[in-house]
Design a protein around this ligand. Structure first.
Ligand code: PLP
Length: 382
């Protein structure tokens, strides 16, 4: 049996006619950049993420970049973030000449550890404190970081929060006041990616920034068109961060199915848990679910030993799997100038060595999940 890590062809089969029809519509209008489809998508994503405004951009990376630029972050500024994430979280900070400050993650959720965050900020000297401009939490694998603590800390410091919600569209966070809040609606900026492997993926690159702040919204719109306002007049330097209408049109169709797909992912995780429990394999740890809604962009399990051998074995048996992420960002060669040691973020180092992502996509069939569990069981039984 073959069980890929993600099966976009299977998904396409279910929506093919609608996708072809809507792309034809765009061909007829010949409006390709920030046209009517992009505007409609902005309205729908704002509503879906429970935000007032949304600004379509060219990728998740550009969502981060545009947000950081709109927040006025630049040379010498400090931005606190997680080292256990996709590269562009910290890459975007560094590209602006700002300095990523890595704070280790929690072992259970893989999200930034609020206690370590408080501690790191409390030991900053006056100079560091004066350069500290933002906290950039990542809602990794589909689950929100501990936003209550992060928002309270940012508020007391008078700095902004930029949420990297690239993997978490539709995730809910249970706030201490008892309300459910959507990923991307809690900080000043929420950054989303429509890269094909995300839960809402387009047929290329695309992204979105959400905000509840009217001024931030206006700045973002200027930033994505080279800082131009009015056209050909530049008070600031922006970038080419525009969303195109073909991608927006496809996303409008897919958005209609997103909640159904998310529930299927969650159901697949329930099946995995049940089947693994029946096998009784020792030393496997499943994702910890905080209260709220985990949308499972990735289903990542932690295993006691032989992770790399297991990965090779599963690959040979036709099971797609991947390591997210093998090298935490504080250990990347390009960040050597920041002078981190592995032991500065030990939980990230351990997660990088012991975790593996298994297929969880919505079109996954019961027999395929059975097959994955079967293979992992037979690996451990030798
Ligand atoms: C995918 C991703 C990004 C970048 O999105 P792109 O659309 O690929 O540029 C940023 N952060 C995280 C956590 C991601 O998973």
């Amino acid at each position: 049996m073959n069980v890929p890590l993600l099966d976009l062809k299977a998904q396409y089969e279910t929506i093919k006619e609608e996708i072809i029809a809507v792309t034809m519509e765009v061909y007829q209008t010949q409006r390709f950049i920030l046209g009517p489809k992009a505007e409609e998508l902005e309205r729908r994503i704002a509503r879906y993420t429970q935000s007032k405004y949304a600004v379509g951009v060219s990728s998740g990376t550009d969502a981060l970049l545009a947000s950081l630029m709109s927040a006025g972050i630049g040379h010498g500024d400090l931005v606190v973030t997680s080292p256990y994430t996709f590269f562009s979280t910290a890459g975007s900070i560094a590209r602006l000449g700002a300095i990523p400050v890595f704070v280790d993650i929690e072992p259970l959720t893989y999200n930034i550890d609020p206690e370590k965050l408080e501690k790191r900020i409390s030991i900053m000297n006056a100079k560091e404190r004066s350069h500290l401009k933002a906290i950039l939490p990542v809602h990794l694998f589909g689950q929100c970081a501990d936003m209550d603590t992060i928002l309270a800390m940012a508020k007391s410091l008078g700095i902004v929060v930029i949420e990297d919600a690239a993997q978490s569209i539709g995730a809910d966070y249970l706030s201490s006041d008892g309300s459910l809040k959507r990923a991307g609606s809690m900080g000043t900026y929420g950054c989303f990616s429509f890269f094909p492997s995300k839960n809402l993926g387009c047929f290329g690159d695309g992204g979105m920034v959400t905000t509840n702040d009217e001024e931030a919204f206006q700045r973002l719109k200027i930033m994505r068109v080279h800082g131009s306002q009015p056209k050909y007049y530049h008070k600031v330097i922006g970038g080419c961060f525009r969303l195109d209408d073909l991608q927006a049109a496809i996303l409008l169709i897919k958005l209609n199915y997103l909640d159904e797909w998310t529930e299927k992912r969650r159901e697949n995780v329930r099946i995995y848990r049940e089947l693994f429990a029946r096998k009784g394999i020792e030393g496997l740890e499943f994702p910890f679910e905080s209260k709220g809604r985990h949308i499972y962009n990735q289903f990542v399990i932690r295993i006691g030993q032989k992770r790399d051998e297991l990965k090779r074995y599963l690959t040979n048996q036709g099971v797609g799997c991947e390591v997210y992420y093998p090298v935490p960002l504080h250990m990347q060669e390009c960040f050597r100038y920041l002078d981190y040691r592995p032991e500065d973020c030990p939980v990230s180092i351990e997660a990088a060595a012991k975790t593996i992502a298994l297929p969880v996509y919505p079109e996954l069939r019961y027999e395929q999940i059975e097959y994955v569990v079967e293979k992992i069981d037979s690996f451990y039984r030798g």
